[in-house]
Design a binder for this molecule. Structure first.
Ligand SMILES: CC(C)(COP(=O)(O)OP(=O)(O)OC[C@H]1O[C@@H](n2cnc3c(N)ncnc32)[C@H](O)[C@@H]1OP(=O)(O)O)[C@@H](O)C(=O)NCCC(=O)NCCS
Length: 110
């Protein structure tokens, strides 16, 4: 979590990507910043911290899952070295319409 004036303004989480043992080297990263406090570098600060802290936790790969139209998120992860690892076309519904999911990833360890 990132606090500004004693208020939580951003958070990042690392979760198991899947609970099967073979996936134990991979974590899914999610990050959210208060809408009124975006473009101040908060997400990048949290993401760089997570990238640095992941290897000592045994994490070798980070993945992020985002809507295909979520340009801020895709730009954030690209700027932090994530690559496009996958597309899941139309697997969600937003306002009744199919929406794509993209999977972004990067190596952080071996
Ligand atoms: C995506 C999100 C986390 C970015 O947070 P942020 O604090 O505004 O991002 P930062 O200020 O750290 O931006 C870092 C870089 O990301 C990219 N970026 C962030 N927002 C962007 C936008 N609206 N348009 C284009 N690029 C953007 C830029 O490369 C930026 O670097 P720059 O400001 O030097 O150009 C924020 O918009 C958010 O909370 N969105 C809703 C939740 C979400 O989509 N989370 C991601 C799914 S896990």
């Amino acid at each position: 979590m990132l606090e500004d004036d004693e208020q939580v303004v951003a958070w990042l989480s690392l979760e198991d990507y899947k609970d099967r043992a073979a996936y134990s080297i991979t974590a899914e990263v999610s990050v959210y910043v208060d809408a009124a406090r975006r473009r101040r570098g908060y997400a990048r600060t949290l993401l760089d911290h997570a990238i640095a802290k992941a290897p000592p936790l045994g994490i070798e790969r980070l993945v992020a899952v985002a809507f295909g139209h979520n340009e801020p998120s895709i730009a954030l992860f690209a700027a932090a070295g994530f690559e496009h690892w996958g597309l899941l076309p139309g697997i969600t519904r937003l306002d009744g319409r199919p929406a794509d999911i993209v999977i972004l990833g990067r190596a952080v360890g071996a």
